[in-house]
Structure formats: C-alpha cells, structure tokens
Design a protein around this ligand. Structure first.
Ligand code: ATP
Length: 203
C-alpha cells in the first residue's frame, strides 16, 4: 500500500523547523511523499500578520524544492472556510483510495488532536506521526500517544533532532531587520524580501 504523508499548518511562513520535522518523520516511517498543506483562514480569524494563501503556498512550493518527497498542496486553500483536517482526510481518501494516510505533526498539534472536529474519524482515517519541537518533549509525547490510543488512535513518536524555530520568530526577525538565514530556506528568504512580507501589520 502506498504511503502518503500529510503535513498541514498555517505556514506563515514555512520554516526550517517544519521541513526538518517532515524530513525526519518521513525518513523514520519510509514515507515517499509528503503533502505540505497551508490552511485556509476564514476572514473573521485573519490575523494582521497573516500572508495571503497565495504567498503561503508559493513559499511551500519553494521550500518543497529542498526534498523530492515534499509536494505543496492547495487543497485547503481551494476549499476556503474553516480547514477541518477530517475533511482533508476524506478528500485525500477519495483522491488516493489505495493510499495509507500518515498525519505528521509537532508537539503542540499532537497534544490537542483529540479536540479537533471529528477526532475519532481522524483516528480511523490516518496514522499519527509526531516529533518534538523543543528538547525534552518526547516523554510527554509518548504519554499522550498512550492516551490517544485509548481513544482508538494509532500512531508513533519519532525521536527527532529539534530545530526550535517558529513562524512567529521568523516574522519578528524580519521586523527587526535580522537576516532570516538559517531559519527558512534561502529561496523562501528571497521570496519574503522580494514581496515585502512581514514588514508591518497586514499587507
Ligand atoms: P506560529 O509561530 O505562527 O504559531 P508555527 O511555527 O507554530 O507558527 P504552524 O504552521 O502553526 O507553525 O505549524 C504547523 C505544524 O508544524 C504543527 O504541527 C507544528 O507542531 C509543527 N512545527 C512548527 N514548528 C516546528 C518546529 N520548530 N519543529 C517541529 N515541528 C514544528
């Protein structure tokens, strides 16, 4: 059965922490293809610092050049409205009926997945794969996996070398005029500069 990785996020912007996590999780579970899916944010939730879906997808496209397994995907942006993971899994299930779906995530998402809309259906449709964002989170992740298993989920925690970057840090660095090198891929840094993203409130 073909394995398909799914990695969703705001990706505002996508950064090296995202990419490093995905690479390590895909390595560990031998996943040949990982979809990078930027989330659509409904207008009433739109933060002043949120780049448009088009920009966030373009940055995922550039970031995907760093690993042949990565594939940018506009499924949630095209759907508009709230991006419910369960709907994404349903759509991918019909698009790739023979694929085994792997939902990749970092600590913060993994610790809340039981509260997501139709969580039990998510657990039926996808195998969860999580890795730490910060040093020392692994024990908490393993304990949480046990709890999720009691709810019917299946998953695996992968020991990861952490890259403690966040999109918030990238946006702050940009405002302070600090070079983004090392936080995002070079092509993403160039894109942010060319388009003048994250300099001030809103765009
Ligand atoms: P923000 O700072 O704007 O809240 P973020 O950096 O947390 O953004 P998201 O797009 O919200 O990024 O995260 C998408 C996914 O990537 C989530 O599953 C999150 O846990 C994971 N993630 C984000 N940063 C890292 C990191 N440095 N290492 C591992 N996983 C990460």
């Amino acid at each position: 059965m073909e394995k398909l990785g799914i990695f969703g996020g705001t990706f505002n912007p996508v950064h090296n922490g995202h990419l490093s996590l995905c690479t390590q999780l895909a390595d560990a579970l031998e996943i040949p293809k990982v979809l990078l899916i930027p989330t659509a944010i409904p207008p009433h939730k739109r933060a002043p610092e949120l780049a448009s879906g088009e920009h966030r997808l373009a940055m995922c496209r550039l970031a995907a050049q760093s690993d042949p397994r990565f594939c940018p995907c506009d499924l949630e942006l095209r759907r508009q409205g709230n991006s419910y993971t369960v709907e994404t899994l349903r759509e991918l299930g019909s698009l790739f009926p023979s694929a085994q779906l792997f939902l990749l995530m970092g600590t913060d998402m993994f610790l809340t997945v039981q509260n997501w809309y139709c969580a039990c259906e998510i657990f039926q449709r996808a195998f969860l794969v999580a890795g730490a964002r910060q040093e020392g989170e692994e024990k908490q992740l393993r304990e949480h996996l046990q709890f999720l298993e009691s709810l019917g989920a299946k998953g695996e925690i992968v020991p990861c070398r952490v890259v403690p970057v966040s999109s918030t840090m990238v946006r702050q660095a940009r405002k302070q005029g600090v070079p983004l090198r090392g936080m995002v891929p070079e092509a993403v840094e160039r894109y942010i500069e060319e388009k003048g993203l994250y300099l001030s409130k809103g765009e």
